[in-house]
Design a protein around this ligand. Structure first.
Ligand code: GLN
Length: 313
């Protein structure tokens, strides 16, 4: 089936927003200087259906940098360009059980980046983006993520500069992958492209539409434009289910039952295949780097909209 009717979904989005607003735990990420000053009270919730209807509550139009939520969509674009097998063989699909920026996960696994939703795997995936030169590859990412959102996305120069000046850990991860023969680009160039993709500005509403495109077999339900194939959506959602919430992916699937991706600025996208998607934004994070209010809102909506993939009724 699809989502309930317009009025019912609208009321449930508002309800989820009001309830999740009461959650005040977690802390704003501090390791990227330009993100440390984010307003911890910002909170937006949006739901987009495969019918193209979009609902929103709170700060759902407030722009923030997409950060790791970009990993899901760049992965889809690279799978579309290179095919299912090539990317899975090169990057992997299994959870590390460790933090998103873990170095030891690479070493423990013979140099494998493990999966495209942690930094190592995302940098390795971004290194595979086709295009002529750094500018062409960046344009492919910007245009591709914009097609998912259904509007042109802009770069936050301040966040990009801030992260580019401080991302020594990602630089180290890229060098380590290179030392294992697991990076298909020059390490600084791959990290630069990855840092740019993370600094694209989106809103909770954009995340809902981007997710709804994956829910709709790769056609953006608002613009009607095809972005990726249904097979790529299936692969991407499987990878999100296993890895999108990092080392908390199992717990998330157990409690909420939807493939999802989080980012360190406080965004979450959760996808209900064939139905639609939820986009949330709230900067306070738990210990794994997942938005606390976002988690509450998605949990509530999964329950009230009947979205849990493992529920038979
Ligand atoms: N740009 C961030 C980083 O590489 C993204 C991490 C995240 O959102 N979890 O550290």
């Amino acid at each position: 089936g699809s989502l309930p009717g317009r009025e019912r979904v609208g009321a449930l989005v508002l309800d989820a927003y009001e309830r999740a607003k009461a959650a005040t735990g977690g802390t704003v990420a501090g390791y990227i200087p330009a993100l440390a000053g984010a307003d911890p009270e910002l909170f937006g919730v949006s739901v987009a259906g495969v019918d193209g209807r979009v609902h929103a509550a709170g700060d759902a139009a407030v722009p923030f940098t997409i950060q790791s939520v970009s990993k899901a969509f760049v992965y889809a674009l690279v799978c579309e360009a290179l095919g299912h097998r090539a990317v899975a063989e090169r990057v992997g699909v299994d959870n590390t059980g460790l933090a998103f920026d873990s170095v030891i996960a690479i070493e423990l696994n013979g140099g494998s980046p493990m999966n495209p939703m942690v930094n190592a795997g995302a940098i390795a995936t971004t290194a595979l983006v086709p295009g002529s030169g750094p500018a062409g590859r960046w344009e492919a990412i910007r245009a591709g993520l914009s097609a998912f959102a259904g509007r042109p996305l802009a770069l936050d120069e301040e966040v990009y500069d801030s992260e580019a000046a401080t991302n020594r850990r990602n630089q180290a991860i890229a060098r380590l992958l290179q030392s294992h023969g697991r990076l298909d680009a020059d390490p600084p160039a791959a990290v630069d492209l990855y840092t740019r993709q993370c600094a694209l500005l989106v809103s909770a509403r954009d995340l809902a539409v981007m997710g709804a495109t994956l829910a709709d077999g790769g056609t953006n339900p608002v613009t009607g434009r095809r972005v990726v194939s249904p097979e790529v959506c299936r692969d991407t959602l499987a990878v999100l289910a296993a890895n999108g919430m990092y080392q908390r992916s199992g717990e998330w699937l157990f409690e909420i039952g939807l493939p999802a991706k989080s980012g360190v600025s406080g965004g979450i996208v959760a996808v209900a295949p064939g139905k639609g998607a939820i986009g949330t934004f709230a900067p306070r994070l738990d210990a794994a780097g997942n938005s606390v209010r976002g988690r509450h809102a998605v949990a509530h909506l999964s329950r009230t909209l009947g979205l849990n993939l493992f529920a038979s009724r």
